[in-house]
Ligand binder design. Structure first.
Ligand SMILES: [Zn+2]
Length: 350
């Protein structure tokens, strides 16, 4: 089945409703098939209300997803696992459970400086803390929470995030342990839980992409491009993971090559190339990935493309605004929707 997806962050009920209505009204006619709803802790969890950070109820989410299905759009909830536990400060989960924190010794006000000190990554201007992959109690809280999102959305696939985790082996439980094992053990734990319930799992791809292997040694090109890849040692697990985990391979800039396409497709993963606002970049990335899949004779692993909606207003508001009231990336993404829709329409999977 061919796909054309859109991802957005649902931070509250109104934002969720506005995006869902906008997707049905404006993107369904362009051929949208999937809506990735990044909810994280912005949901009123019944089992763990202590981690709730906003007002999205199960009833509202459920109603929104029923409307999406009626418009032939499949909802996919996203809950950020391991990394992205807040932006430059701890989120509601780490505040409720400080013992889950992978770097409890780093105060919020010093996060970014400490990350630069420990792993380099001078290009990082914001930092998001992580939970400890090796703390069993994390799963007792988080798995039932994600299950509530699965129940409300009645989804067939769940997105676990798992991107941009920079600090492994920092806490007492993890010191000296291999980041690739920590990452893969954690992912497989989630995978096994959902597999037995018949739910597919997807993640962002960056932790499976070795910067040195795919970009070569440090230089000006790598310095600009390497934040799409990893250099903390997680990519070694690329051979060990179940091949039915779907990988959202994200690149937002125009590049000459996208070596992640060959890396992920040749390892047998289903890949959803994921673009952002820049339409030229989206088209170049799609064409490169399609060429790679064709050469590998693995178009069966390339069902289509995902557009991500970072830092833009909800869809209904976006489509109803005058162009002069929009910021540059919003003007661009409106054009990118049309370009990606055209590419997906022209794409012949078989
Ligand atoms: Zn740890």
């Amino acid at each position: 089945m061919k796909i054309f997806g859109y991802h957005f962050r649902a931070e509250n009920e109104q934002g969720l409703i506005d995006n869902v209505e906008g997707a049905i009204k404006h993107l369904a006619p362009l051929g949208l098939t999937h809506l990735i709803i990044e909810i994280n802790n912005c949901f009123k969890f019944k089992g763990h209300p202590e981690i709730s950070a906003s007002n999205i109820t199960a009833e509202t989410l459920s109603t929104c997803c029923d409307k999406l299905r009626k418009a032939n759009i499949e909802p996919i909830p996203l809950y950020n696992c391991v990394g992205h536990q807040g932006w430059n400060k701890r989120n509601s989960l780490l505040k409720a459970y400080p013992e889950f924190d992978e770097t409890p010794d780093i105060p919020d006000e010093n996060l970014i400086a400490k990350v630069h000190e420990r792993v380099g990554h001078k290009w990082l201007t914001t930092y998001t803390p992580a939970w400890c992959c090796n703390e069993p109690k994390v799963y007792d809280v988080v798995l039932p929470a994600i299950q509530e999102l699965v129940n409300a959305t009645k989804c067939k696939t769940v997105h676990l995030g798992m991107d941009e985790i920079f600090l492994f082996g920092q806490c007492e439980r993890c010191k000296g342990l291999d980041p690739a094992n920590l990452f893969s053990n954690s992912l497989i734990k989630f995978y096994n839980y959902f597999k037995q319930k018949g739910i597919k799992v997807m993640i962002w791809g960056d932790r499976l992409l070795d910067a040195t292997k795919l970009l070569g040694e440090v230089g000006p090109h790598r310095a600009r491009y390497e934040k799409d890849f990893e250099n903390v040692g997680t990519a070694k697990c690329i051979d060990k993971l179940p091949k039915d985990i779907i990988i959202c391979d994200w690149h937002y800039k125009l590049e000459e090559t996208y070596p992640s396409a060959n890396e992920l497709l040749s390892h047998g993963y289903e890949v959803w190339p994921s673009c952002w606002a820049d339409g030229d970049a989206a088209e170049a990335f799609w064409n490169y990935t399609l060429k790679t899949a064709t050469e590998l004779d693995r178009k069966d692993l390339l069902p289509g493309m995902l557009v991500t909606g970072w830092g833009i207003r909800p869809l209904n508001t976006l489509f109803n605004s005058k162009e002069e009231d929009l910021i540059e990336r919003e003007v661009l993404i409106l054009k990118t929707f049309k370009r990606v829709a055209k590419l997906m329409k022209e794409y012949k999977l078989n």
